[in-house]
Design a protein around this ligand. Structure first.
Ligand code: CUA
Length: 316
């Protein structure tokens, strides 16, 4: 996966952010080299020499010209940085969603991301699927951000700027990826013990691939015969009071929706790869993989653990 850096953007707002970052780095870099260059020059040029007899060099008191120069020049620099930044922020924020824009709702939880596509009836977690936007037929995605508990921050550096998810407040951000690929995001606001274990992967794919993914997500949960007994066990366990599997009595909302669990690449918001073996370890003791995770260890005898894992492994 590409490194999550704002210097290799693939999405419209992220291109603007890189431009601005390079501009600001250019100005502040020039100031840095100027100031440290003059500092080094002065250190060398006016260092103490053997022939000095201990007397101080001529002292200068007060100079309106110099004082004016070092007051006015920094004010001008700050004004330029302020105006340019304000222009970029305005350009990004004023974008209105076109009628056919893809709408996604992302809810920050301790410590995972709930992802909903309200118009498509899709609920998933820790993964964002987006169609690639072709500049001739732009298909931007507009994201509504909420929080279920504390402040988190939604940030996929290659796609857009950071935006906080705040309890009882709705924020908006938009993405317009122009290159297929997977892009890593990370919660960018300290939100408790597993802040670092709150990853998000955005998969940008062709419109056809996106439509296929959406169709698979909209389908009812797979429910093969051999998994029936695991399913009965699952819905009888406390699991079902925190997790939803569409089409079953499990309808909890505290934890991630599991309807298409196995379509996702990681468990625990990016903590481990999603394989049946890791899934079994996760169910047995989430804290062993993600210390502090709020999912409790449901003490199951090994046979029941196998049955629940087998059932969940069918949820593609
Ligand atoms: Cu969620 Cu940091």
């Amino acid at each position: 996966m590409p490194t999550p850096t704002l210097f290799s953007p693939v999405s419209t707002p992220a291109f603007a952010i890189r431009e601005l970052a390079v501009f600001v780095l250019g100005i502040t870099g020039a100031i840095f080299f100027l100031v440290s260059g003059v500092g080094v020059y002065v250190l060398v040029r006016f260092r103490r020499r053997k022939e000095d007899d201990g007397r101080e060099p001529p002292q200068v008191y007060g100079s309106p010209q110099i004082e004016l120069a070092w007051t006015v020049v920094p004010i001008l620099i700050v004004a330029v940085l302020f105006l340019v930044t304000a222009r970029y922020i305005y350009a990004i924020e004023r974008r209105e969603p076109p009628a056919d824009a893809l709408e996604v709702t992302v809810v920050g939880h301790q410590w995972w991301w709930e992802v909903r596509y309200p118009k498509l009836g899709i609920v998933t977690a820790n993964e964002l699927h987006l169609p690639v936007s072709d500049p001739e037929h732009p298909t931007p995605t507009f994201v509504t951000l909420r929080s279920a508990d504390v402040i988190h921050s939604f940030w996929i550096p290659q796609l857009a700027g950071k935006m906080d998810t705040i309890p009882n407040k709705t924020n908006r951000v938009w993405l317009e990826p122009q290159q297929r690929g997977t892009y890593v995001g990370q919660c960018a606001e300290y939100c408790g013990g597993q802040h670092a274990g709150m990853l998000l992967v955005a998969t940008v794919e062709t419109r056809d691939d996106f439509a296929r993914w959406a169709a698979a997500q909209e389908a009812p949960a797979n429910d093969e015969l051999q998994a029936r007994r695991g399913r009965e066990l699952f819905v009888s366990l406390p699991c079902s009071s925190c997790h939803t599997v569409q089409g079953t009595p499990a309808n909890g909302v505290f934890g991630p929706d599991l309807t298409h669990l196995m379509s996702r690449s990681t468990l625990g918001a990016g903590v481990v790869r999603n394989t049946p073996d890791n899934l079994r370890l996760w169910i047995d003791d989430p804290a062993a993989l993600k210390p502090g995770a709020l999912m409790p260890a449901v003490k199951l005898v090994p046979e029941d653990l196998d049955r629940v894992t087998a059932y969940l492994s069918t949820l593609r």
